[in-house]
Write a protein of this length. Structure first.
Lengths: 217, 355
């Protein structure tokens, strides 16, 4: 087996096993063997997380493992990204996601699962936490200029805040800064359309898929 | 071209749609297949699919069950659904009045008392006040009256005013082992609180304890529930009913086991086996409704899962059927056309004992 193929396998396996240290070592070795960093990501790290995503969807892997895989992915990317920038190449499919649970709602688990899937897909996720006022979403959107703003609401009584945030973005003339994705147990595609969201994530895997679609445009 | 007859049904999000028989059957079958693949359980048979299809296309808005096949209607949520003002009826009733309304006007087979906050942890400081209401309710009613609350492990974490660091925050910092440890400690606190409430309710004559939306916080919460059931059954005379929060146990911890079985990733029939081993009296399984799929798809899926539960356990099954669960569309007021069809199908095909 060639050295580079061995490194690609190690990158992939480190993500599947959720081993951040192994991912860091493999990424370092990728650079030492002059492996194209984009290939190291696509056919190494990303291949591993595609496998993780599939296993999670099938119920063969669970949230904790998903998060560990996401951390391993991050660890590998930390080593490879500077080389990509140095070579003036561009990492496709990733972007920044600003996410939070809307005001009045304290549910966190679903959002955490979405965060893990987005991280595993290479997104930089900035989590504002729970019970986030509308104005904080607006201010952070203005400051960070994310590619995607994710709004999570579990209950029918709090989902109206998703609409309020979108309206607040319009009033501040920030609506076009980020694509807005909504999700949560009581959220439906019809609700997302009604409030003017750009996408609806039915579950964490769907949210990550839709996020990639929003980035590609 | 001859137009196929279309029937009114719903989407998973509650929107009225029309489908012909072939479309409905295809969706029933696809939903059943999805359940079979996920849960490693049998699909619905061809006869069962035809039977459900007949129920779906009945011309009346509401469908009913044949004489002799009636089942028990058990109640969760206490009287909140009568008195709550945010999305419920907003009728001002005392807890005791709520029980009598349930028994004498709504013809429910069981009723429940619960704290407006409806989680075990906030019940502790007012447990003796709740016991007083339970004593009154027992004297005023004939039907079994249980005391209910949600285990809600999240209330033990700092994000919700509890004493333990929030596991998801620790996970974000990469502190995997610390996250597992706080979940284990919070689970021990939850077990103690459930048993504490159970003992007080037992003294006040309650017929049972209901754990609602169990395992909402994942495998650590389910671990706490199973161990709490064991202790409640040993230390009190209460029946224990346990209703789930979701169809699969989330692996927030991943390494917790009960009687040698890992809890993360368990599907309803697997949950039921452990719940029965723990000593519970009634199991309320849940299957989540997919809003992007049709009601027939969701019903096919729910029926396959619940049928597997019926085969797996001997204790009574009171399937949870409300907003967004067991095929009921995701609407605040579940549409009666969907509810009665799903209920009839659950009784006929999945052999449930109650709803």
């Amino acid at each position: 087996m060639s050295l580079q193929l061995d490194v690609l396998n190690r990158l992939s396996n480190s993500v599947i096993e959720g081993n951040s240290e192994a991912a860091r070592r493999a990424a370092t070795d990728a650079l030492k063997t002059n492996l194209d960093p984009l290939e190291a990501i696509e056919n190494g790290l990303a291949k591993g997380l595609r496998e993780v995503g599939g296993r999670f969807e099938r119920g063969e892997m669970f949230l904790m493992q998903l998060i560990m895989s996401g951390e391993a992915m991050k660890a590998g990317l930390q080593v490879l990204k500077p080389e990509i920038l140095k070579q003036k190449k561009q990492l496709t499919g990733s972007g920044t996601v600003l996410i939070g649970t809307v005001e009045g709602d304290i549910h966190d688990i679903g959002k955490s699962i979405v965060n893990a899937m987005l991280t595993a897909e290479g997104f930089d996720v900035i989590d504002l936490g729970v019970d986030v006022p509308d104005q904080v979403f607006v201010e952070k959107t203005k400051e960070i200029k994310p590619h995607i703003l994710g709004l999570s609401a579990l209950m029918t009584t709090t989902r109206t805040k998703q609409k309020d945030v979108i309206e607040a973005l319009k009033r501040s003339e920030l609506r076009d800064v980020a694509k807005v994705m909504v999700g949560g147990a009581t959220i439906t595609p019809e609700w997302a359309e009604e409030i003017g969201a750009d996408a609806y994530g039915e579950d964490a895997v769907d949210a990550a898929r839709k996020a990639k679609g929003l980035i590609k445009g | 071209m001859k137009r196929r007859l279309e029937y009114v049904t719903r989407s998973g999000s509650g929107v009225i749609i029309k489908m012909n028989k072939e479309q409905m059957k295809a969706d029933l079958e696809a939903g059943s297949k999805d359940a079979a693949q996920k849960g490693h359980i049998p699909e619905l048979t061809a006869d069962e699919l035809d039977c459900v299809l007949d129920i779906m296309v009945e011309p009346t808005k509401i469908v009913g069950i044949e004489r002799g096949k009636e089942i028990v209607l058990s109640r969760d949520g206490g009287v909140i659904k009568y008195t709550g003002c945010t999305r419920y009826a907003g009728v001002p009733l005392s807890k005791e009045q709520g029980v009598i309304v349930g028994e004498r006007i709504l013809s429910l087979d069981t009723m429940e008392l619960g704290h407006a906050d409806y989680s075990f942890k906030p019940c502790k400081p007012i447990a003796f006040d709740e016991a007083h209401h339970m004593e009154n309710a027992q004297m005023l009613s004939v039907i079994p009256v249980l005391y209910g609350a949600m285990p809600n492990l999240g209330t033990y974490y700092q994000s919700l005013g509890g004493r333990w660091p929030t596991p998801t925050e620790l996970l974000k910092e990469g502190k995997i082992e610390e996250s597992r440890e706080v979940q284990e400690r919070a689970a021990e606190d939850l077990i103690k609180d459930i048993v504490y409430i159970a003992r007080i309710m037992n003294q006040s004559g309650a017929d049972g304890l209901n754990m609602d939306t169990s395992a909402a916080a994942g495998d650590a919460e389910f671990y706490a529930c199973l161990n709490a059931i064991e202790r409640v059954k040993k230390e009190t005379n209460l029946a224990v009913e346990i209703g789930m929060a979701g169809e699969m146990i989330l692996g927030m911890h991943c390494e917790l086991e009960y009687q040698g079985k890992r809890l993360a990733g368990l599907w309803p029939h697997e949950q039921g086996r452990l719940i029965e081993k723990a000593g519970a009296s009634i199991f309320g399984p849940v299957v989540n409704t997919r809003t992007t799929k049709s009601f027939p798809w969701n019903l096919g899926r729910a029926l396959a899962f619940i049928k597997a539960v019926s085969k797996a356990v001997q204790i009574p099954i009171h399937v949870n059927m409300g907003m967004g669960v067991c095929s009921i569309p995701m609407t605040e007021i579940p549409p009666v056309d969907a509810v009665t069809r799903a209920a009839k199908a659950m009784i006929t095909i999945a052999d449930v004992d109650g709803i």
